[in-house]
Structure formats: structure tokens, C-alpha cells
Design a protein around this ligand. Structure first.
Ligand code: FO1
Length: 304
């Protein structure tokens, strides 16, 4: 397997990223930035960090944050009356402190991310999809909420009425992302929420066009099983933007962008509807419980 570019969101994507990393030395992860947020004066990039930590071998089993982390700073922040609904671990905080410092020195998020990858001995590269400001806001019955407010603070409970990628009219792709896409032999869209994880990446000017133009084999892995995602709020969001909440809806969302959609074998009955969207449909066992599942699915994705 040669140069692989993986478009990734958070925890769901991390497992496939880890699988892909066992198959190629030339993996570039293009990460969502729509869920980035400022907190306690620090710039937090959850999806960039999830990809970085997984490739550094230090991602916590829950799918975010650093393994064996402690939360003593967070406890003290609580004692001081600060907001603590977003749980930042002590080791994780070191990343945010260093990143914020480097950004304040005027460096681009891309450079800062690559520097942190280097210092953590990450094999492969993690690239934020843009250096521009781009934030995902969820329109709900309780007003417009930042993605993390909707998902973490409000526990995904509000009714979803729509989604907005704030800043997408001005966000541009970086030269690093464009050159990775141009040089890729294979482009993989990881199993992730198409609306809040992959949508923001595709909303960056230049990214979608570069993928469409690329002659790489393009494979999307569905995060859906039956009528729901494996985890997270993808169903609510897909419904709000008028998509079917299954792998057929996912294929419709990626129509014109990918050659193949990999869906779970239990959804075999959806195959003809997916092919009707003009994409090839491949069946696999998409649930990744163990490391061996990640490698098995990555191998499938590398071969279709
Ligand atoms: N997810 C949660 O459900 N609760 C948290 O308190 C939380 C904290 C957190 C801290 C750092 C980080 O990198 C990720 C964190 N996440 C947390 C995950 C994050 O909200 C989502 O998984 C991604 O943003 C989804 O794209």
C-alpha cells in the first residue's frame, strides 16, 4: 500500500487510522477542525489530537484524550469555579498549552500540528484540513450551539434543526493538504459522522475539488449499521439535512466524490440502493472491537 490520505473525524475514525498505519509508512490524516474550541484561554483541537494520539500510541481506550491521564487540574479548575464540562486531562493539557503558545508566536496550525506530531514520534502525518477559522454550529430547538456544546455539554439531547459550518465561506485548503491529496494513491473517508466530522473538511475551499480531480482510488467507510450510527449523533444530523439515516444516505452524501462505499455486511439489502447512487458497494464487517478488527477492515479498504 502506498501513499494513503485518510479524511478523519474523531473516535470512530481513529480505529481505522490505526489499522491503516499498520499497512503503510506513508499515511496522511486530514483532520476535521470544525469541533475545535477555545477553553481556559487554550486552543483545543479534539479531532487533530485524536489522530495524533492514536498514531503516537497514546490514545485513551475511550477514543479521546491521553491514556493513563489524570484530571487534577480539572478538579482544581472546578474548585475555582471554572467551567469543566469539557474534560481536559493533565497530559492532554500539555498539548493545548504548547499549541496555544506556538499559535500565539504566529505559526500556522498546520506547522504546530506537524511539530507536535514530531515531538510525539508520530509515524505519518496529521494535517488540519485548514488553517482558517472553521467551526461547526448545530441549529437546535435551544438555539445555535457549538458542536462541543451540543454533544458534550448538552449530551446531544437537543433537537437538531440544521448544521452550519461557520467560516466556510473564507476557509481555504492548505498547500500541505492539497499536495497530500494530489499525491495520494488511495483516499479513504474514515467511518465518521458525515455531517459534523467529514462535512467541515469538504466545506473547505479546494478540498472537494482536489479529491474529485485526484486519480486515486477513493473509498468511504460507512459509520452506519442499519438505521443508526455505531455511536454519536450522526443519525440526528443526517435527518436534519434531509438524508436517509443509513448507509444509503451516506452514499448519497458522498456521491460524485468516492468510487466505493464499504458498508456493514448486515446491511447487504442496501447494496442495490447504494449502487443506484452511482458508487460501488463493498460489504465488510465494519465493527472494530479489537486491534485485529482494525487491521482486517483497513486491509479490506486498502484492497477494494
Ligand atoms: N468528549 C466527551 O464526550 N466529553 C468530554 O469531556 C470530552 C473532552 C475532550 C477533551 C479533549 C479531546 O481531544 C476530546 C474530548 N472529547 C470529549 C471528545 C470530543 O468531544 C469528540 O469526540 C470529538 O470532537 C468528535 O469529533
Amino acid at each position: 500500500l502506498q501513499r494513503v490520505v485518510a479524511l478523519a473525524g474523531g473516535s470512530g475514525s481513529a480505529k481505522l487510522v490505526r489499522g491503516l498505519a499498520t499497512l503503510t509508512d506513508e499515511l496522511t490524516v486530514v483532520s476535521n477542525v470544525g469541533d475545535n474550541l477555545w477553553m481556559h484561554g487554550l486552543y483545543i483541537c479534539p479531532d487533530v489530537d485524536i489522530a495524533t494520539y492514536v498514531l503516537a500510541g497514546i490514545l485513551h481506550r475511550r477514543g479521546w484524550g491521553v491514556k493513563e491521564d489524570t484530571f487534577r487540574t480539572l478538579s482544581q479548575l472546578a474548585a475555582l469555579g471554572a467551567e469543566t464540562w469539557f474534560r481536559l486531562g493533565d497530559r492532554d493539557l500539555a498539548t493545548h498549552i504548547l499549541r496555544t503558545k506556538m499559535l500565539k508566536e504566529g505559526r500556522r496550525l498546520t506547522e504546530v500540528t506537524l511539530e507536535i506530531c514530531n515531538r510525539l514520534n508520530v509515524l505519518g502525518k496529521v494535517l488540519p484540513c485548514t488553517d482558517s477559522e472553521l467551526q461547526t454550529y448545530i441549529k437546535t430547538n435551544r438555539g445555535e450551539l457549538h458542536l462541543q456544546e451540543f454533544w458534550v455539554k448538552e449530551k446531544g439531547r437537543p433537537e437538531v434543526l440544521g448544521v452550519r459550518y461557520k467560516g466556510s465561506d473564507r476557509a481555504v485548503a492548505t498547500k500541505e493538504v492539497l499536495s497530500a491529496i494530489q499525491g495520494a494513491h488511495r483516499i479513504v473517508i474514515c467511518p465518521a459522522n458525515p455531517i459534523s466530522s467529514i462535512g467541515p473538511i469538504l466545506a473547505v475551499r479546494g478540498v472537494r475539488e482536489a479529491i474529485v480531480k485526484s486519480r486515486a482510488r477513493k473509498v468511504a467507510v460507512s459509520p452506519m449499521l442499519g438505521n443508526a450510527p455505531f455511536s454519536g449523533p450522526a443519525g440526528k444530523m443526517m435527518k436534519a439535512v434531509g438524508l436517509r439515516t443509513d448507509s444509503v444516505g451516506l452514499a448519497a452524501f458522498y456521491r460524485g466524490l468516492v468510487n466505493v462505499v464499504v458498508i456493514d455486511q448486515e446491511d447487504v439489502k442496501m447494496r442495490s440502493d447504494i449502487e443506484a447512487e452511482g458508487v460501488e458497494c463493498v460489504l465488510a464487517s465494519t465493527l472494530m472491537k479489537k486491534r485485529s478488527d482494525e487491521i482486517r477492515l483497513a486491509t479490506k479498504v486498502a484492497g477494494v
